[in-house]
Design a binder for this molecule. Structure first.
Ligand code: NAP
Length: 317
Protein backbone atom coordinates (compact mmCIF):
# COMPACT_ATOMS: atom_id res chain seq x y z
CA UNK A 1 0.00 0.00 0.00
CA UNK A 2 1.31 3.52 -0.75
CA UNK A 3 2.73 5.10 2.38
CA UNK A 4 0.65 8.27 2.23
CA UNK A 5 -2.69 6.54 1.72
CA UNK A 6 -5.57 7.00 4.14
CA UNK A 7 -7.18 3.78 5.29
CA UNK A 8 -10.93 3.47 5.65
CA UNK A 9 -10.53 1.48 8.85
CA UNK A 10 -7.71 0.42 11.12
CA UNK A 11 -8.36 -2.22 13.76
CA UNK A 12 -6.21 -2.41 16.87
CA UNK A 13 -5.98 -5.94 18.22
CA UNK A 14 -6.29 -9.42 16.74
CA UNK A 15 -8.34 -11.36 19.27
CA UNK A 16 -11.89 -12.47 18.70
CA UNK A 17 -13.30 -8.92 18.62
CA UNK A 18 -10.68 -7.45 16.30
CA UNK A 19 -10.73 -10.37 13.87
CA UNK A 20 -14.52 -10.45 13.68
CA UNK A 21 -14.47 -6.70 12.98
CA UNK A 22 -11.85 -7.44 10.30
CA UNK A 23 -13.98 -10.16 8.67
CA UNK A 24 -17.04 -7.93 8.53
CA UNK A 25 -15.26 -4.81 7.31
CA UNK A 26 -13.25 -6.80 4.77
CA UNK A 27 -16.46 -8.27 3.41
CA UNK A 28 -17.73 -4.68 3.06
CA UNK A 29 -14.68 -4.10 0.87
CA UNK A 30 -13.11 -1.64 3.32
CA UNK A 31 -9.69 -3.38 3.19
CA UNK A 32 -9.11 -3.14 6.95
CA UNK A 33 -5.61 -2.91 8.34
CA UNK A 34 -5.28 -4.94 11.56
CA UNK A 35 -2.42 -4.07 13.90
CA UNK A 36 -2.08 -7.31 15.81
CA UNK A 37 -0.80 -5.75 19.04
CA UNK A 38 1.29 -7.03 21.94
CA UNK A 39 -0.52 -10.36 22.24
CA UNK A 40 -1.35 -11.45 18.68
CA UNK A 41 -4.50 -13.56 18.72
CA UNK A 42 -5.49 -12.30 22.16
CA UNK A 43 -6.46 -14.45 25.11
CA UNK A 44 -7.74 -17.33 22.97
CA UNK A 45 -4.28 -17.86 21.60
CA UNK A 46 -3.12 -18.97 25.05
CA UNK A 47 -6.05 -21.26 25.86
CA UNK A 48 -6.32 -24.86 24.84
CA UNK A 49 -9.72 -26.44 24.10
CA UNK A 50 -12.65 -24.04 23.59
CA UNK A 51 -15.89 -25.92 24.02
CA UNK A 52 -18.43 -23.11 24.19
CA UNK A 53 -17.93 -21.39 20.84
CA UNK A 54 -21.09 -22.17 18.85
CA UNK A 55 -20.53 -24.29 15.79
CA UNK A 56 -17.82 -26.54 17.21
CA UNK A 57 -19.65 -29.50 18.75
CA UNK A 58 -16.39 -31.26 19.61
CA UNK A 59 -14.65 -28.05 20.71
CA UNK A 60 -11.78 -26.29 19.00
CA UNK A 61 -8.29 -25.35 20.12
CA UNK A 62 -8.11 -21.61 20.89
CA UNK A 63 -5.10 -20.98 18.60
CA UNK A 64 -6.83 -22.89 15.77
CA UNK A 65 -9.98 -20.81 16.14
CA UNK A 66 -7.92 -17.62 15.96
CA UNK A 67 -5.90 -18.90 12.98
CA UNK A 68 -9.14 -19.67 11.13
CA UNK A 69 -10.52 -16.20 11.88
CA UNK A 70 -7.30 -14.66 10.53
CA UNK A 71 -7.53 -16.72 7.32
CA UNK A 72 -11.16 -15.72 6.95
CA UNK A 73 -10.33 -12.01 7.35
CA UNK A 74 -7.39 -12.20 4.92
CA UNK A 75 -9.47 -14.10 2.36
CA UNK A 76 -11.78 -11.07 2.09
CA UNK A 77 -8.99 -8.50 1.87
CA UNK A 78 -7.85 -7.66 5.41
CA UNK A 79 -4.16 -6.94 6.00
CA UNK A 80 -2.67 -8.18 9.27
CA UNK A 81 0.49 -6.60 10.59
CA UNK A 82 2.58 -7.66 13.57
CA UNK A 83 2.78 -4.16 15.01
CA UNK A 84 1.44 -2.19 17.91
CA UNK A 85 0.43 1.36 18.52
CA UNK A 86 2.92 3.85 20.00
CA UNK A 87 0.61 6.87 20.12
CA UNK A 88 -2.54 8.25 18.60
CA UNK A 89 -4.01 11.61 17.59
CA UNK A 90 -7.79 11.66 17.36
CA UNK A 91 -8.03 15.46 17.28
CA UNK A 92 -7.47 15.69 13.50
CA UNK A 93 -9.14 13.88 10.64
CA UNK A 94 -8.09 11.51 9.26
CA UNK A 95 -6.87 10.11 12.57
CA UNK A 96 -3.11 9.65 12.90
CA UNK A 97 -1.65 6.51 14.49
CA UNK A 98 2.04 6.24 15.23
CA UNK A 99 3.54 2.79 14.87
CA UNK A 100 7.29 2.87 15.42
CA UNK A 101 8.63 5.52 13.00
CA UNK A 102 5.60 5.33 10.78
CA UNK A 103 2.38 7.38 10.79
CA UNK A 104 -0.76 5.64 9.61
CA UNK A 105 -3.84 7.66 8.64
CA UNK A 106 -7.34 6.31 8.90
CA UNK A 107 -10.89 7.62 8.59
CA UNK A 108 -12.20 5.28 11.28
CA UNK A 109 -10.75 3.26 14.11
CA UNK A 110 -11.86 0.10 15.87
CA UNK A 111 -10.17 -0.47 19.21
CA UNK A 112 -10.13 -4.14 20.13
CA UNK A 113 -6.95 -4.34 22.15
CA UNK A 114 -8.54 -6.45 24.87
CA UNK A 115 -7.69 -7.04 28.48
CA UNK A 116 -4.97 -9.26 29.76
CA UNK A 117 -5.48 -11.57 32.70
CA UNK A 118 -3.28 -10.67 35.62
CA UNK A 119 -0.79 -13.44 36.38
CA UNK A 120 1.42 -14.13 39.36
CA UNK A 121 4.37 -14.04 36.97
CA UNK A 122 6.14 -17.05 38.44
CA UNK A 123 8.26 -18.88 35.82
CA UNK A 124 6.57 -22.20 36.71
CA UNK A 125 3.12 -20.62 36.33
CA UNK A 126 4.01 -19.17 32.92
CA UNK A 127 5.41 -22.54 31.77
CA UNK A 128 2.14 -24.31 32.66
CA UNK A 129 -0.41 -21.92 31.13
CA UNK A 130 -2.77 -24.14 29.16
CA UNK A 131 -1.50 -27.23 31.03
CA UNK A 132 -3.48 -26.85 34.24
CA UNK A 133 -2.85 -23.15 34.80
CA UNK A 134 -5.64 -20.96 33.47
CA UNK A 135 -7.36 -17.66 34.00
CA UNK A 136 -10.75 -18.65 32.62
CA UNK A 137 -13.05 -20.81 34.73
CA UNK A 138 -15.84 -20.62 32.16
CA UNK A 139 -13.51 -21.97 29.47
CA UNK A 140 -11.62 -24.59 31.42
CA UNK A 141 -13.84 -25.57 34.36
CA UNK A 142 -15.10 -28.65 32.60
CA UNK A 143 -11.57 -30.11 32.47
CA UNK A 144 -11.42 -29.99 36.28
CA UNK A 145 -14.08 -32.68 36.52
CA UNK A 146 -13.39 -35.01 39.44
CA UNK A 147 -10.19 -33.14 40.40
CA UNK A 148 -8.94 -31.14 43.37
CA UNK A 149 -8.12 -27.61 42.30
CA UNK A 150 -7.03 -24.19 43.56
CA UNK A 151 -8.45 -20.74 42.85
CA UNK A 152 -6.09 -17.83 43.47
CA UNK A 153 -7.58 -14.51 44.60
CA UNK A 154 -9.87 -13.13 47.25
CA UNK A 155 -12.26 -10.90 45.30
CA UNK A 156 -15.75 -11.48 43.93
CA UNK A 157 -14.36 -13.15 40.82
CA UNK A 158 -12.51 -15.72 42.92
CA UNK A 159 -15.68 -16.49 44.91
CA UNK A 160 -17.83 -16.66 41.79
CA UNK A 161 -15.38 -18.90 39.95
CA UNK A 162 -14.84 -21.16 42.97
CA UNK A 163 -18.60 -21.65 43.28
CA UNK A 164 -18.87 -22.33 39.56
CA UNK A 165 -15.98 -24.80 39.71
CA UNK A 166 -17.66 -26.88 42.44
CA UNK A 167 -19.86 -28.18 39.62
CA UNK A 168 -16.83 -30.05 38.35
CA UNK A 169 -14.10 -30.28 40.97
CA UNK A 170 -14.34 -32.44 44.06
CA UNK A 171 -12.56 -29.86 46.19
CA UNK A 172 -11.76 -26.19 45.59
CA UNK A 173 -9.18 -24.36 47.71
CA UNK A 174 -9.30 -20.56 47.53
CA UNK A 175 -5.89 -19.06 48.18
CA UNK A 176 -5.75 -15.39 49.18
CA UNK A 177 -2.47 -13.52 49.69
CA UNK A 178 -4.00 -11.10 52.23
CA UNK A 179 -5.54 -11.92 55.58
CA UNK A 180 -8.82 -10.26 54.59
CA UNK A 181 -10.86 -11.19 51.55
CA UNK A 182 -11.76 -8.37 49.22
CA UNK A 183 -14.98 -10.06 48.07
CA UNK A 184 -18.40 -8.68 49.00
CA UNK A 185 -19.95 -10.24 52.10
CA UNK A 186 -22.71 -11.98 50.19
CA UNK A 187 -20.28 -13.68 47.80
CA UNK A 188 -17.88 -14.61 50.58
CA UNK A 189 -20.71 -16.05 52.71
CA UNK A 190 -21.96 -18.07 49.78
CA UNK A 191 -18.52 -19.54 49.10
CA UNK A 192 -17.90 -20.19 52.79
CA UNK A 193 -21.18 -22.05 53.08
CA UNK A 194 -20.17 -24.51 50.37
CA UNK A 195 -18.91 -27.80 51.83
CA UNK A 196 -16.42 -28.39 48.99
CA UNK A 197 -14.71 -24.99 49.20
CA UNK A 198 -11.80 -24.50 51.60
CA UNK A 199 -10.00 -21.21 52.33
CA UNK A 200 -6.36 -20.33 52.85
CA UNK A 201 -5.65 -16.69 53.70
CA UNK A 202 -2.29 -14.92 54.17
CA UNK A 203 -0.94 -17.50 51.75
CA UNK A 204 1.08 -17.03 48.58
CA UNK A 205 1.92 -19.39 45.76
CA UNK A 206 5.69 -19.76 45.54
CA UNK A 207 5.84 -22.35 42.76
CA UNK A 208 3.55 -24.39 40.55
CA UNK A 209 4.75 -28.00 40.55
CA UNK A 210 4.71 -30.14 37.41
CA UNK A 211 6.80 -28.17 34.90
CA UNK A 212 8.74 -31.29 33.83
CA UNK A 213 5.57 -33.36 33.48
CA UNK A 214 3.88 -30.43 31.63
CA UNK A 215 0.89 -30.90 33.92
CA UNK A 216 0.06 -29.24 37.24
CA UNK A 217 0.83 -31.60 40.14
CA UNK A 218 0.53 -29.20 43.06
CA UNK A 219 1.41 -25.82 44.51
CA UNK A 220 4.21 -24.89 46.85
CA UNK A 221 2.60 -22.44 49.23
CA UNK A 222 3.92 -20.09 51.88
CA UNK A 223 2.05 -18.98 54.95
CA UNK A 224 2.87 -15.28 55.20
CA UNK A 225 2.39 -15.20 58.97
CA UNK A 226 4.41 -18.23 60.07
CA UNK A 227 6.73 -18.38 57.03
CA UNK A 228 5.96 -22.12 56.73
CA UNK A 229 6.14 -23.62 53.24
CA UNK A 230 4.25 -26.73 52.19
CA UNK A 231 2.76 -28.48 49.16
CA UNK A 232 -0.91 -28.53 48.27
CA UNK A 233 -1.63 -31.31 45.78
CA UNK A 234 -3.96 -29.94 43.08
CA UNK A 235 -4.43 -30.61 39.36
CA UNK A 236 -5.48 -27.11 38.32
CA UNK A 237 -4.71 -23.54 39.29
CA UNK A 238 -7.34 -20.97 38.30
CA UNK A 239 -6.15 -17.38 38.50
CA UNK A 240 -8.79 -14.86 39.57
CA UNK A 241 -6.64 -11.89 40.49
CA UNK A 242 -8.12 -9.41 38.06
CA UNK A 243 -7.62 -8.25 34.48
CA UNK A 244 -5.70 -5.32 33.07
CA UNK A 245 -7.36 -3.52 30.14
CA UNK A 246 -4.89 -2.68 27.36
CA UNK A 247 -5.99 0.94 27.14
CA UNK A 248 -2.99 2.88 28.39
CA UNK A 249 -2.56 4.60 25.02
CA UNK A 250 -6.06 6.08 25.38
CA UNK A 251 -5.69 7.74 28.76
CA UNK A 252 -6.84 11.34 28.35
CA UNK A 253 -7.90 10.63 24.76
CA UNK A 254 -11.07 8.62 25.46
CA UNK A 255 -13.29 8.27 28.52
CA UNK A 256 -12.09 5.35 30.65
CA UNK A 257 -13.62 3.96 33.82
CA UNK A 258 -11.58 4.10 37.06
CA UNK A 259 -9.98 0.72 36.27
CA UNK A 260 -8.95 1.81 32.77
CA UNK A 261 -11.65 0.10 30.66
CA UNK A 262 -12.93 2.17 27.71
CA UNK A 263 -16.42 3.50 28.38
CA UNK A 264 -18.84 3.02 25.49
CA UNK A 265 -22.33 4.18 24.63
CA UNK A 266 -24.77 2.11 22.51
CA UNK A 267 -22.40 -0.87 22.81
CA UNK A 268 -19.41 0.33 20.78
CA UNK A 269 -19.36 4.16 20.53
CA UNK A 270 -16.44 5.77 22.34
CA UNK A 271 -16.66 9.14 24.09
CA UNK A 272 -14.56 12.00 25.40
CA UNK A 273 -16.05 14.04 28.23
CA UNK A 274 -19.31 12.17 27.63
CA UNK A 275 -19.51 13.19 23.95
CA UNK A 276 -19.43 10.52 21.26
CA UNK A 277 -16.34 10.64 19.03
CA UNK A 278 -17.68 9.89 15.54
CA UNK A 279 -15.72 7.19 13.74
CA UNK A 280 -14.00 5.68 16.78
CA UNK A 281 -15.40 2.43 18.15
CA UNK A 282 -14.34 0.00 20.86
CA UNK A 283 -15.29 -3.65 21.14
CA UNK A 284 -14.40 -6.78 23.06
CA UNK A 285 -12.79 -6.99 26.47
CA UNK A 286 -11.32 -3.48 26.35
CA UNK A 287 -14.85 -2.21 26.99
CA UNK A 288 -16.46 -5.26 28.59
CA UNK A 289 -15.54 -6.22 32.11
CA UNK A 290 -18.71 -8.18 32.64
CA UNK A 291 -19.02 -11.01 30.09
CA UNK A 292 -15.48 -11.41 28.69
CA UNK A 293 -16.38 -14.34 26.44
CA UNK A 294 -15.05 -15.12 22.97
CA UNK A 295 -18.55 -15.05 21.55
CA UNK A 296 -19.51 -11.72 23.15
CA UNK A 297 -16.23 -10.20 21.98
CA UNK A 298 -16.93 -11.48 18.46
CA UNK A 299 -20.45 -10.05 18.65
CA UNK A 300 -19.26 -6.59 19.61
CA UNK A 301 -16.55 -6.75 16.91
CA UNK A 302 -19.34 -7.29 14.40
CA UNK A 303 -21.27 -4.31 15.80
CA UNK A 304 -18.21 -2.06 15.55
CA UNK A 305 -17.61 -3.06 11.92
CA UNK A 306 -21.25 -2.38 11.00
CA UNK A 307 -21.02 1.05 12.65
CA UNK A 308 -17.84 1.81 10.70
CA UNK A 309 -19.61 0.93 7.46
CA UNK A 310 -22.56 3.14 8.38
CA UNK A 311 -20.29 6.02 9.36
CA UNK A 312 -18.29 5.85 6.12
CA UNK A 313 -21.44 5.64 4.06
CA UNK A 314 -22.86 8.71 5.82
CA UNK A 315 -19.59 10.51 5.12
CA UNK A 316 -19.65 9.83 1.41
CA UNK A 317 -17.38 6.80 1.16
P1 NAP B 1 -10.55 -7.53 42.76
O1 NAP B 1 -11.77 -7.24 43.53
O2 NAP B 1 -9.63 -6.42 42.41
O3 NAP B 1 -9.73 -8.64 43.58
C1 NAP B 1 -8.51 -9.06 43.12
C2 NAP B 1 -8.00 -10.11 44.07
O4 NAP B 1 -6.79 -10.61 43.56
C3 NAP B 1 -7.71 -9.58 45.47
O5 NAP B 1 -8.00 -10.59 46.40
C4 NAP B 1 -6.22 -9.30 45.41
O6 NAP B 1 -5.57 -9.45 46.65
C5 NAP B 1 -5.76 -10.44 44.52
N1 NAP B 1 -4.52 -10.13 43.83
C6 NAP B 1 -4.25 -9.10 42.99
N2 NAP B 1 -3.00 -9.19 42.53
C7 NAP B 1 -2.47 -10.31 43.09
C8 NAP B 1 -1.21 -10.94 43.00
N3 NAP B 1 -0.24 -10.45 42.24
N4 NAP B 1 -1.00 -12.07 43.72
C9 NAP B 1 -1.98 -12.59 44.49
N5 NAP B 1 -3.21 -12.05 44.63
C10 NAP B 1 -3.44 -10.91 43.92
O7 NAP B 1 -10.84 -8.25 41.34
P2 NAP B 1 -12.08 -9.18 40.92
O8 NAP B 1 -12.40 -10.17 41.96
O9 NAP B 1 -11.76 -9.65 39.54
O10 NAP B 1 -13.28 -8.15 40.81
C11 NAP B 1 -13.20 -7.02 39.95
C12 NAP B 1 -14.49 -6.21 40.06
O11 NAP B 1 -15.59 -6.95 39.50
C13 NAP B 1 -14.87 -5.95 41.54
O12 NAP B 1 -15.45 -4.67 41.60
C14 NAP B 1 -15.90 -7.01 41.83
O13 NAP B 1 -16.81 -6.65 42.87
C15 NAP B 1 -16.61 -7.14 40.47
N6 NAP B 1 -17.19 -8.49 40.35
C16 NAP B 1 -18.47 -8.67 40.79
C17 NAP B 1 -19.07 -9.92 40.72
C18 NAP B 1 -20.46 -10.12 41.21
O14 NAP B 1 -20.99 -9.23 41.84
N7 NAP B 1 -21.10 -11.24 40.92
C19 NAP B 1 -18.36 -11.00 40.21
C20 NAP B 1 -17.04 -10.81 39.78
C21 NAP B 1 -16.48 -9.54 39.87
P3 NAP B 1 -5.42 -8.21 47.65
O15 NAP B 1 -6.75 -8.02 48.30
O16 NAP B 1 -4.35 -8.70 48.58
O17 NAP B 1 -4.98 -7.04 46.84
Amino acid sequence: MPENMTHDVVILGSGCAGLTAAIYSARSNLKPLVLEGHEPGGQLSITTLVENFPGWPEGVQGPELIENMKKQAVRFGATLRLAHLSSIDLTKRPFALTVGDETIHTRTLIIASGASARWLNLPSEQALIGHGVTSCATCDGFFAKGKEIAVIGGGDTAMEEALFLTRFATKVTIINRSEKFRASKIMLDRAMAHPNIKFLSSTTVEEVLGVEEKDVKGLRLKNQVSGEQYTLPVSFMFLAIGHIPNALAFKGILDLDPDGYILTQHNVFTTLNGQIIPGVFACGDIQDRRYRQAITAAGSGCMAALEVEKYLEEHGR
